[in-house]
Design a binder for this molecule. Sequence first.
Ligand code: SAM
Ligand code: SF4
Ligand code: F3S
Length: 448
Amino acid sequence: MLDRIKNIIGDSKYAYVRSFGCQLNISDGEKIKGLLKNAGYNFTDDETKADLIILNTCAVRENAEDRVFGIVGSMKKLKEIKPSLIIGISGCMTAQEHIAEKIKKSYPQVDFVVGTSAISSIPKLLLDCLNGRKFGVDIAEYDDFSEVTEQVRESKFKASVPIMFGCNNFCTYCIVPYVRGRERSRRQEDIIAEVESLVQNGYREIMLLGQNVNSYGNDFGEINAFPALLRELNKIEGDFIIRFMSSHPKDASRELIDTIFECGKVAKHLHLPLQSGSSDVLNRMNRRYTAEKYLEIVDYIRNKDPEFSLTTDLIVGFPNESDDDFQATLDIIKRVKYDNIYSFIYSKRSGTKAAEMSDFTSDEVKSQRMRKLLEVQREISSENYRRFIGKKMRVLVDDVSKKREGFVTGKSNEFIIVEFEGDKSLIGQFVDVKITDAMNWAVVGRKI
Ligand code: SAM
Ligand code: SF4
Ligand code: F3S
């Protein structure tokens, strides 16, 4: 199939692949690029130069979808200028029937739609388009999820490695279980082989991905398979760091935390999404932990290391969130002192349970709460980050700084942004930095 595409397109065609949403989707985008590369495509970052455009979409919030519809709308012009242009839509939006229908009906510039579990069908859909078919759809759930093909990775030193796909949790606000299906774990040996090969090829950061990495292996009937996987990966020779996300608090075991502390290559940072500080809201979100239970995990960690770095996700304005509920969230973030939070205003997703719930909170109140949350967190972060002044941090350099001339930027082991004087030759390297100053979004230091 790939050879047939190659024969038709030759070697001068360009593809533009843009991924939205979470790192799992970005990783899917890298797999799509792998398929396209094998079919003979080159890549461009300029959609006006492309012969093939694939938008790999996210459905987690309404504004993510609106953005994609805006972009697809604007692509009508590109197609008028270049009628041979092929446009495909992949990713989480396509798994919702009403969206696939809307695309088919209202966006005739789109040539094919492919579901999250049907990435391997892209060559077939593409070949059909090249042979003149008007519109193709494949949103079937194939079980080829684990080892699709080679990937074209965005970075030469940071790699995402999905360890599982789908989600079984059905948090009442969330569309992911509907668009990504049930949990399927990759085999431990396949993950280990992939990480070994990445490390041999110079990758310095391995980010293990799953909607809830703590339930990795449950579908094989294994318990605590995730900490066991971390321990195996920690044995791989080489200078690299292991990160992972996300970790659902309902399954964050002591074994997991002990493993983080005991494994030298595992980053000393935990992203532990809280969503709300109110046990009542957590119950209505179907999160299956209470605020107290969450704090028990935090205390277990902080008893081992009072300065351990924690980050979280929070939703503001869940249906009928009261002032007291919101206050409970503020109280928890002040108590836990996260180094960073990722906060979102609740977005109604049709088909989810929360979409049926009544809601008395106005949009204005939700926005006010969001502003307050960010203000409180800014103060916490600036105070928190001062704890690093005078200390040494090991930084994997990402890029040159966009904010300071002559500086580079990277992430420390604790997932803190660190900036220091240096040039682009340091990108992709670990550098020891002595911290001299702290802001509310980063720390600054000197290369040792
Ligand atoms: N599986 C991860 C977990 O449970 O922590 C979360 C993955 S989700 C893609 C990332 C974040 O998006 C969630 O933690 C939540 O804060 C946010 N989110 C999900 N659905 C949302 C919605 N309907 N409205 C606003 N934020 C939402
Ligand atoms: Fe969504 Fe909850 Fe699954 Fe995370 S655990 S993806 S928030 S349903
Ligand atoms: Fe990720 Fe968005 Fe899908 S956050 S799993 S790309 S809905």
